[in-house]
Design a binder for this molecule. Structure first.
Ligand code: HEM
Length: 113
């Protein structure tokens, strides 16, 4: 697979993961939980696979920015499930998702450590 394949897969999974995470924030109805958990789960897995694929294709080591991105990925991947269990936390989770995704995007372009 070419690096472009992993780049595109990474960004599409990011769009799907964050899109459906905000869908859960907007209305965590029990009827949609199974579908949203399935879609965010698959998108989350594809994000990790494409991220690790990019690391190998672009010959990156396990630097600090990658480790922080993995922590952010873990957090954002858990947020949709938390929103269904604790609807009261949705405001904080929305702000955190924007903030953490912003940090991850900064890290990938600046690679400060
Ligand atoms: C929610 C967390 C994450 C966000 C918001 C995010 C976002 C991005 C964005 C916007 C890009 C640039 C687009 C591209 O070049 O494909 C990118 C590239 C990349 N990401 Fe992620 N990513 C996340 C998680 C991860 C994880 C978990 C890994 C590693 C296991 C990873 C590894 C990479 C690598 C290696 C690149 C390529 C960097 C480069 O081209 O120099 N990302 N990510």
């Amino acid at each position: 697979m070419s690096p472009v394949f992993y780049h595109v897969l990474h960004v599409i999974s990011l769009l799907v993961l964050t899109g459906y995470t905000f869908f859960a924030f907007a209305g965590p109805a029990p009827a949609t939980k199974k579908k949203v958990m399935m879609i965010t789960g698959i998108a989350s897995l594809l994000m990790l696979v494409s991220g690790v694929g990019l690391m190998h294709k672009l010959a990156y080591q396990w630097q600090g920015w990658v480790i922080v991105k993995i922590v952010i990925w873990l957090a954002i991947s858990a947020f949709a499930g938390i929103a269904y269990r604790r609807p009261g936390a949705r405001g904080v989770l929305s702000a955190l998702t924007v903030l953490l995704a912003g940090v991850a995007v900064y890290l990938v372009y600046a690679k400060p450590f």
